[in-house]
Design a protein around this ligand. Structure first.
Ligand code: MG
Length: 258
């Protein structure tokens, strides 16, 4: 009698175990329905040191030459190439722009404000990164230097005040990491999707997917004007006042779809 009872218990255990396995199998089958195996994200090898370009980046400046930049009139970029792998704005020599054209992209750029402090407000360490030659992310030395908030470092010029001011002192290297999404226009120039931008300065989020309202202008209100899907990235020579010989290093871009 005792052995029969034991056999029964064993059978019940086996049935339960089987049932549990079946339940697990059907659960796994159900879970597989929401698994997405395609597309497989491309393998990208990160740069070896902080700021070094990953394997799929388009390098605009790596310290060797200024060949990937030119002036607006297509003549040679006339900023100074330093022998430490950096370049410096030459006051009055003009803005420089990438020869290659970009729409939406991820941009990494390193910069150093001049340690010989000159000027104040907008006249100290002023440059700018112009996406598509018209949407300026401000570059300014705002370390113990105040100006209007929507024109300080990290502002989308006169459109968005940055969330923070993580400026380092003049003479220290700083870095921007930016995601810029281009605007999309209809054939007749209606804005179907405005541009947006997300910005990290020295690793700190300062613009969180903000909408750009149009060209960043000094005077008046921003407005969109229809333009090509890809245009150069421009770096500003704010040369008409003092204190702006900013240096740059490690500039690279990863184009994004759409
Ligand atoms: Mg500027």
């Amino acid at each position: 009698m005792k052995s029969k009872l034991l056999l029964l218990l064993l059978l019940i255990t086996l049935v339960n175990k089987n049932q549990a396995q079946n339940n697990m199998d059907s659960l796994a089958k159900e879970a597989a329905k929401s698994e997405q195996w395609q597309p497989v994200p491309p393998v990208v090898t990160p740069g070896k040191t902080c700021g070094a370009p990953p394997s799929d980046a388009i390098i605009l400046f790596d310290g060797k030459n200024l060949d990937n930049f030119e002036k607006k009139d297509k003549s040679k970029a006339a900023w100074t190439l330093n022998n430490d792998g950096t370049m410096t704005v030459v006051k009055g020599s003009g803005d420089i722009q990438s020869k290659e054209k970009f729409g939406s992209c991820q941009l990494h750029l390193e910069f150093k404000m001049p340690s010989d402090i000159a000027g104040s407000g907008q006249s100290r360490g002023n440059s700018g990164i112009y996406f598509m030659k018209r949407y300026e992310l401000q570059l300014l030395d705002n370390f113990n230097n105040s100006t209007y908030s929507n024109g300080q470092v990290g502002s989308v010029y006169k459109q968005h005040i940055p969330l923070a001011n993580p400026s380092k002192p003049p003479g220290e290297w700083q870095y921007y990491d930016i995601i810029f999404m281009r605007p999309i226009f209809s054939d007749n120039g209606i804005v179907l999707r405005p541009a947006t931008i997300t910005v990290f300065l020295n690793g700190i989020l300062i613009q969180n997917n903000v909408t750009i309202y149009g060209n960043t202008v000094w005077v008046g209100a921003p407005q969109y004007e229809k333009h090509a899907d890809k245009l150069p990235i421009l770096l500003q020579d704010h040369g008409f006042d003092g204190g702006n010989p900013i240096s740059f290093a490690n500039i690279w871009v990863r184009p994004l779809e759409n």
